[in-house]
Design a protein around this ligand. Sequence first.
Ligand code: KG4
Ligand code: ZN
Length: 336
Amino acid sequence: MLVLGIESSCDETAVALYDQRRGLVGHILHSQVAVHAKYGGVVPELASRDHIRKVIPLIGELLEDTDTKLSDLDGIAYTAGPGLLGALMVGAGFGRTLAWALGVPALAVHHMEAHLLAPLMDPARRPPLPFVALLVSGGHTQLVQVDAVGAYTLLGESLDDAAGEAFDKAAKMLGLGYPGGPAVAEAAQSGDPGRFSFPRPMTNRPGLDFSFSGLKTFTLNTIRQLEPLAEQDICDVARAFEDAVVDTLFIKCRRAVEQTGIPHLVMAGGVAANQVLRASLAERLEAQTYYPPPALCTDNGAMVAYAGLCRLQAGESAPLSIDTRARWPLTELTPP
Ligand code: KG4
Ligand code: ZN
């Protein structure tokens, strides 16, 4: 069974082919970073327009590179939400129509389910069920208990900003540009870990929820006291900020593992590409940790194709209507 996956929920147009037997056959991605960089964040209308320009050429390139014909496809999976509505409609509209034209099932994929199933793509390092998932992206920070595909229990989530969003805002304050996560992580490498001590929000009370907006304010106040910022100040603040986010995520993950008694933790979403986070959880957590390669942590088509395949194998398919949802709680999903 061969599935084409299309991801267009935010600022990446990404397509991939995942085969039940061969695994990941190919994946390509067009990043819109250059389109949005001068605005310091994603401009929804520009994102939609760029997806329209790219989706067909990218699929053509993927099929050619992998020597695949449209008639080889057994299903078309597209991200149906959550995300930017106009952007979602491009991938969903194209994917649903292509599936109809080819007479194969369409799969309306939940973007966060795709992120959390991504570590299962590698058969050599597949986490056993049940596992705890830390979902950390630009729009979400959640701890989820995964009992099966589609059987998700929300253990905790951010009450305000997502971890990725906090990285992006810290980067903006430090003049490090967009997207912020990788830029802050790079600057932090040259930072002095002992110079500032940033708070670990909500770790001194019970529970598994997060809050990152106070950390953002703390970062801003620290910067104001230092201005004008020297190169080393930027690196030191970036280091203190990264350490605070990573430590906060670690403390909550440790709690989630203790509370559920499940010693397997999956990291997924763009922030899971962060090397300090990966190393910290792998070393300090009394659980086996799993994460996809960095390119499959941030938005990609492979995870959409794979999530689609999981549901297609169970006989699921989307109706002819094209339904996209800007907001779509993960816990509304059910097993296929
Ligand atoms: O999953 P993703 O690609 O898109 C969403 O679904 O949101 O996540 C993007 C987020 C951005 O906020 C970006 O700054 C963050 O992931 N990110 C990182 C790193 N790479 C991407 N954050 C910290 N360290 C990184 N290396
Ligand atoms: Zn994402």
